[in-house]
Write a protein of this length. Structure first.
Length: 400
């Protein structure tokens, strides 16, 4: 075999890997396991110390959680805007099933957490931790089953996760904001106003938006609102139309699509894995089994495992029974159950909310253990159901 042929095949293999939906989730799983192994090895002290090294005004962990994750939220915002205006969520008929399921999948897990932590006002601050679905993990697992899972179910899961992300963004903005700096907040409002003016003027170059976006991040960081919200605010001002005043123009050439396309691989294969590696490390040294029965741990774990299942599957069942919606085409109830379990994989966003909710390292450890327990159990049960019910069903509606 010639070296040219071998190189071509290697490039094709790499491109296939990078383009595979499951790849981001697989890498995230790998770095999470690596972080846990390192944090329970002789390298643990160096791992935790490195996260607290200061680079300029912030520690390495804060740069990752506040700056790197702002880029993640920028991509989330772009996906939400695109899907709402020109995608799977562009009409109410398309929004009703994943939208209602996402709402149920946020409400019921929060109730589980409240149930276990009712007597502890401090622990109640973490009510939003089990409400999030990790889109990379969930889509990664469901994509491993290929054509055995109908495409409509993957679209449903992606739409639900996007709406779930929108809900998480709103929750973070409303409930996890520190004391506000009115001057910085006013400056951020001025920057957003200028971004909107760019949009209305038909500016289609990306650099003016990104330049103002950097200033927006600094002002939001100083305002007391979590800095990652700057990414979402910036995303909502990026134009979707390729040509001003022509909605029918080719959106693939639009600033939003160009920026979204350029961010997908860096976010999936660099930013999110770095975040996962920096925050998934849990030391099990001296850990007693009692921690698994702690109300905080139980609230997070059961919220993800049972709360997501009941919330998502219950809402879907009600809507289908009332003839208000159909199951995704060619999907069976067994496959829908597996998909509802996958919604309980809450790794990235759950970790992020947990870090916002609690400052105490020991409390954060309990939160991380709860997230890992709930997410791993949800992933295993979801994959098991999809494996058992992998053959497509022709039923799309339950008859009363």
């Amino acid at each position: 075999m010639s070296s040219t042929s071998a190189q071509g095949r290697n490039r094709s293999t790499l491109r296939h890997f990078l383009d595979n939906e499951a790849s981001g989730g697989v890498i995230l799983m790998a770095v999470a396991v690596l972080a846990m192994l390192i944090s329970n090895s002789p390298l643990a002290e160096g791992y935790f110390q490195a996260l607290h090294i200061h680079i300029g005004p912030l520690s390495l962990q804060h740069w990752i959680n506040d700056a790197f994750m702002a880029v993640f939220f920028l991509l989330v915002g772009l996906e939400i805007k695109r899907e709402m205006l020109d995608g799977q969520l562009s009409s109410w008929s398309r929004r009703i099933l994943p939208g209602a399921a996402a709402a149920g999948g946020m409400l019921v897990p929060a109730l589980f957490h409240v149930f276990f932590n009712w007597s502890d006002p401090a622990a109640l601050r973490g009510w939003a931790i089990p409400t999030a679905t990790d889109i990379a993990f969930a889509l990664g697992v469901i994509s491993l089953f290929g054509s055995r899972v109908p495409a409509s179910l993957k679209i449903f899961l992606a739409a639900l996760a996007i709406i779930d992300d929108l809900g998480a963004v709103i929750v973070i903005a409303l409930f996890y904001t520190a004391d506000l700096n009115i001057l910085a907040l006013s400056g951020a409002a001025v920057v957003i106003g200028n971004l909107l003016i760019f949009n209305r003027m038909g500016v289609r170059a990306l650099w003016p938006y990104l330049a103002l976006g950097a200033a927006l991040w600094i002002l939001v960081f100083a305002s007391g609102v979590h800095a990652t919200m700057a990414g979402v605010m910036l995303a909502l001002t990026i134009p979707l139309e390729a040509t001003p005043g022509r909605p029918e123009a080719d959106h693939a050439a639009s600033p939003l699509h160009r920026l979204e396309h350029s961010l997908h691989k860096p976010v999936a294969f660099v930013i999110v894995p770095i975040f996962g590696f920096a925050n998934a490390g849990v030391s099990f040294t001296g850990l007693s089994t009692a921690v698994f029965a702690e109300p905080l741990t139980m609230g997070v774990a059961t919220g993800l495992l049972l709360g997501k299942l009941i919330g998502v599957l219950g809402v879907v069942a009600v809507l289908v029974r009332l003839d208000l919606a159909d199951l995704p085409a060619n999907a069976s109830w067994g496959q829908m159950t597996g998909t509802a379990f996958l919604c309980g994989i809450g790794f990235t966003m759950s970790l992020f909310i947990g870090l916002l909710a609690f400052d105490d390292p020991a409390t954060q450890e309990n939160v991380k253990i709860g997230i890992l327990l709930g997410s791993v159990a949800s992933g295993i049960l979801g994959a098991t159901f999809l494996m058992l019910f992998g053959r497509r069903s022709k039923r799309v509606r339950v008859q009363p």
